[in-house]
Design a protein around this ligand. Structure first.
Ligand SMILES: [Zn+2]
Length: 419
């Protein structure tokens, strides 16, 4: 994996990087912020903010916008700041059974170009990675942007990932074993890579970009072909000894006629997942989960959810029933980890019937033992958006941002002092 490198003579202190990151994150979370507001909220001196803002303006990562009169105060007017959307770019890549998507995004996470990728054989990890890398390069070439401003690639994958290295530990539903995913794609594209499990990527993005205000611990259910999940404690991912913390698909949920991928028949996957709905509707020819059929499961589920069947139909009834099972399962989750909120995400969250079933069960069974019952929120972040956010978070908004690698744009910077 390529890591941002900085010449020894220009290394700023770690603290300065942290302060710069604070400013970038504040500007990312809301546009139109003044220098004085930055100083006040970050507890940094006006001089420090002035210096950080000047650096960021000089390399074009942020820009000044409009002028605002200071109400009731004579003298100077303020110039506010925002992230310069064309000051940097990232690539988002999703690898899942539902197909693969790649997007080139601006510094605010808005897609400039995107493409769906089809592979001959998803089970062939090397071939999939090579094809995805080629599409990324092709997309970059099409975009006619300053390639020196593409900071990195964020990957959201249906598998368990060691994010610090980008190594995929295992992706049982893709049939992939351990592979240096990050290193391979970085070597092919020349860009640094950050990779996370899809549920983890969506969890991080939900907290940073969604409208709801969640500051405490959050549990995210990723209900799709199977039931995945992700848990964050004070904004940081809880990974677990096997990098599978939060995965709720194998929680015991009572006997069923189906056999989960793990061989058990009492898993939540056998009651509340997209696969269980398809099997119970007799849309599959086996009651046993087969990993080699994962793409067929995904396609069949996509077709079912596209109709968004209501609860008067057999399909809608089955989705509602599965939603109820998930809602009950969430009770156990809430009792164990006591989150501030639970977010329902994934393809199944697009089903009105499934969501209604989940809400109904949550309303009836949510743990009264908890003084404050966690709020159940329907997620709004797509996996591709989450993949792009991973890259923005790692390469633009973190202390790892390498501004020395960015040349100054030609535009003249008019420095404004805090008054
Ligand atoms: Zn299982």
């Amino acid at each position: 994996m390529v890591i941002n490198t900085i010449s020894q003579t220009k290394i700023p202190s770690d603290l300065r990087r942290v302060h710069r990151s604070l400013v970038m994150r504040r500007l990312f979370s809301s546009e139109n912020v003044s220098r004085a507001e930055l100083a006040e909220e970050s507890n940094l001196s006006a001089m420090a903010i002035t210096r950080i803002v000047r650096e960021l303006l000089e390399v074009g990562l942020i820009e000044e916008i409009g002028k605002r009169d200071r109400k009731g105060a004579p003298g100077r007017r303020r110039t506010n700041l925002q992230i310069n959307s064309s000051g940097s770019f990232v690539v988002g890549l999703v690898i899942s059974a539902f197909g693969h998507e790649v997007a080139l995004m601006d510094a605010n996470g808005m897609p400039l170009l995107n493409r769906r990728i089809s592979f001959d054989n998803i089970l062939n990890a090397e071939q999939t990675i090579d094809s995805a890398s080629d599409v990324i390069i092709d997309l970059i070439n099409q975009a006619h942007i300053d390639t020196g401003r593409i900071l990195g690639i964020g990957i959201a994958i249906a598998g368990f990932v060691q994010s610090s290295t980008g190594n995929l530990l295992r992706a049982p539903y893709l049939g992939w074993h351990e592979i240096e995913l990050g290193r391979h794609i970085s070597a092919r594209t020349g860009l640094p890579v950050i990779a996370e499990n899809i549920a983890d990527a969506i969890n991080l993005a939900e907290q940073a970009t969604a409208k709801h205000d969640i500051n405490g611990d959050l549990f995210l259910v990723h209900a799709s072909v199977t039931c995945g999940g992700s848990f964050t404690h004070q904004g940081s991912l809880v990974r677990g000894a096997n990098h599978s913390a939060g995965y709720i698909g194998h929680l015991p949920a009572g006997p069923s006629q189906l056999i989960c991928s793990c061989g058990a028949s009492d898993c939540l996957n056998a009651h509340a997942s997209g696969w269980s709905v398809l099997a119970n509707l007799a849309l599959l020819d086996s009651h046993t989960f087969r990993t080699d059929r994962i793409e067929m499961y995904a396609d069949t589920l996509t077709a079912l959810l596209a109709k968004n069947p209501d609860t008067t139909t057999p399909e809608g009834k089955e989705l509602y029933k599965a939603g109820i099972q998930l809602g009950r399962g969430l009770r156990n989750v809430a009792l164990i980890i006591d989150p501030e909120a639970i977010v329902l995400a994934g393809k199944m969250a697009n089903s009105t019937a499934y969501v209604a079933g989940c809400r109904s069960a949550w309303h009836e069974t949510s743990p009264r033992q908890l003084q404050k019952v966690p709020e159940l929120i329907i997620g709004a972040t797509a996996s591709l958006t989450a993949a792009g956010f991973l890259a923005l978070d790692k390469f633009l908004l973190s202390p790892g941002l390498n501004i020395d690698a960015l040349h100054s744009p030609e535009s003249t910077i008019n420095e404004v002092q805090i008054t």
